[in-house]
Design a protein around this ligand. Structure first.
Ligand code: PLP
Length: 291
């Protein structure tokens, strides 16, 4: 079962590279069918749910998981239930999940409370959890690492990822380890505010994969970088305003997929741009988490 996920562009970012004196490439995961990397794992989770004869799926979500679960559940013909922290999800993502037929319920509380409620529901046996605790999600998400290797011919020196619950960080490390071509140094970037950050997709106070992320980072000689909301805002603007200059798609022979340029790229950075900003109308406004 597929909606055409994966195969997203890995684009050079020449203006950002010049500004930071690094060779930066961006894996544009917003090009996935519902606008984020979640689709890579959701296709596997829903395919397995169908194969196992399951009747419904549930997830807790800060927005992107909801949209992805709703789309793949619709494709599979299964009902999807989304539990979201009340008032804390970008409106565009919410509208997308609803339009795709998911039942969206607000939980008065944090993402962690919504996830606890979703896990309780799965214990009754009626619903399959399709958050990243579902192991099939990580199996799908690791394919982004395979694609980076295919395109660069070797791992980048550094891979920078946003760190919310940590499933994606684990999945990339799994992918590089399984490919056996060496590991990039992984920098998992989290908000120093976590529970309060304006970046709603990573507004998660207790990352559910934290122990595994720490172990994985140790294996890659990586680190967790804590950044302020001001720094996140500055990076978001720089990405939006300086990335537009590199529109070429990296697929043709001699382009980024070619090994001929790999020595330069091995020294480079690759950053995962995990979703599209277009469904977050006021991502950095004062509209913080309502309590
Ligand atoms: C756009 C975006 N970036 C980053 C993350 C964080 O991913 P993870 O929770 O796997 O660390 C999410 C997860 O919701 C997301 O939607």
């Amino acid at each position: 079962m597929t909606l055409g996920e994966g195969g997203t562009p890995l684009l050079p970012a020449p203006r950002l590279s010049a500004r930071l004196d690094l060779d930066i490439w961006l894996k544009c995961e917003g090009a996935n069918p519902t606008g984020s990397f979640k689709d890579r794992g959701m296709t596997v989770a829903l395919s397995k749910a169908l194969e196992e004869g399951r009747r419904a799926v549930v997830c807790a979500s800060t927005g992107n998981t909801a949209a992805s679960a709703a789309a793949y559940a619709a494709r599979a013909g299964l009902p999807a239930l989304v539990l979201q922290p009340a008032g804390a999800v970008a409106l565009g993502k919410l509208a997308q999940a609803r339009a795709l037929g998911a039942r969206v319920l607000e939980v008065r509380g944090s993402f962690e409370q919504a996830l606890a409620a979703a896990r309780q529901l799965t214990e009754r046996g009626t619903h399959v959890l399709v958050n990243s605790l579902n192991p099939y999600r990580l199996e799908g998400q690791k394919t982004a690492a395979f694609e980076i290797l295919e395109e660069l011919g070797a791992p980048p020196a550094v891979l920078a990822l946003p760190y919310g619950g940590g499933g994606n960080t684990r999945a990339y490390v799994m992918g590089f380890e399984e490919a056996g071509a060496g590991l990039p140094r992984v920098v998992a970037v989290e908000s120093s505010l976590r529970a309060e950050t304006a970046a709603s997709a990573i507004r998660i106070s207790a990352p559910v994969h934290a122990p595994e992320v720490e172990e994985a980072l140790e294996r890659t000689a990586g680190l967790i970088a804590k950044v302020s909301d001001e720094a996140l805002l500055e990076a978001w603007r720089a990405l939006a305003q300086r990335r537009g200059s590199s529109a070429s798609r990296p697929r043709q022979p001699g382009g980024p997929g070619s090994r001929t340029h790999s020595s330069r790229r091995v020294r480079g950075w690759s950053a995962s741009s995990p979703g599209t900003g277009s469904r977050t109308p006021r991502p950095w406004s004062a509209s913080r988490h309502r309590r």
